[in-house]
Ligand binder design. Structure first.
Ligand SMILES: C[S@@+](CC[C@H](N)C(=O)[O-])C[C@H]1O[C@@H](n2cnc3c(N)ncnc32)[C@H](O)[C@@H]1O
Length: 253
């Protein structure tokens, strides 16, 4: 059931809307240093294939054509690095994330990989972006939107900062719809992920939140409608790995 307007879900709990961002920030502050390792462990490396599908959809130009990508809730820069490496000489990626700890890990990695000329890290809230209208050719958000308290505002902001003809792409955990796999996934999510989280990051609660927040996120057709409501056109989605994740797409036309 949907929470009242001034309340929201934090995993399976209902909390005041105004408290959600602080609680989410605590989660990512606590796991930042181990975040990328946890992604590999939890998904068995599958998050790489999902991000590759996102990269294929972004399709940064290989030549000299300028291309500006905004990666919202971009955390430690994983999506940004993939796009910067795949794109041509004038591909520029801006990572915008609310959490300074995640950004600091990302900035260190960009320097280590020699990508700091192509990738910038900005602290900012997806609900209120610090960029002018029509600044980017593409806006991505990977495993970030379900953490944002006011999803409608973040979608409206993504639309505002996109150039006309620009594309919005959102990769997010979804609902498993393959009989048999759903029960297995449920068991894995609720029994194993919080334990792996405890062992690797020392924070079981953070991973309990993660699993619960996935279950509370709107199903693909509902989320697609939210993207349309923000003004995007030709909205579509594609589920992957039996529905474990969904890639949504919309255009600013
Ligand atoms: C699960 S991580 C995803 C990181 C990265 N996109 C990836 O796929 O590896 C979620 C990120 O969302 C960020 N986040 C949460 N609320 C946000 C907000 N309101 N604005 C911007 N970023 C936010 C968190 O700080 C965290 O880095």
């Amino acid at each position: 059931m949907a929470a009242p307007r001034d309340e929201t879900h934090f995993g399976y709990s209902t909390i005041p809307l105004a408290e959600k961002q602080g609680r989410v920030d605590d989660v990512f502050h606590s796991v930042a240093r181990r975040y990328d390792l946890m992604n590999d462990l939890m998904s068995g490396g599958l998050h790489r294939a999902w991000k590759d599908a996102l990269l294929t959809a972004v399709n940064p130009p290989k030549g000299d054509r300028p291309f500006a990508l905004l990666d919202l809730a971009g955390g430690t820069g994983d999506v940004a690095f993939r796009v910067a490496q795949a794109g041509g000489a004038n591909t520029r990626v801006t990572v915008c994330d609310i959490n300074a700890e995640m950004l600091a890990v990302g900035a260190e990695r960009a320097a280590q990989r020699g990508l700091d000329h192509a990738v910038t890290f900005d602290q900012g809230n997806a609900e209120e972006l610090p960029y002018p209208d029509k600044s980017f050719d593409c806006v991505t958000i990977a495993f970030g939107i379900r953490n944002v308290p006011r999803i409608d505002r973040a979608l409206a902001e993504a639309h505002r900062v996109l150039k006309i003809g620009g594309r919005f792409l959102c990769l997010e955990f979804s609902a498993v719809d393959v009989p048999g796999l759903d029960a297995l996934y449920e068991l894995y999510s609720f029994k194993l992920i919080p334990r792996i989280g405890q062992a690797v990051t020392g924070d079981r609660e953070a991973y309990q939140y993660l699993v619960e927040s996935i279950r509370k996120f709107p199903r693909p057709p509902v989320f697609a409608r939210m993207i349309e409501d923000a003004g995007f056109r030709r909205v579509s989605f594609r589920q992957m790995t039996g529905g474990v994740v969904a890639l949504h797409s919309g255009w600013k036309l």
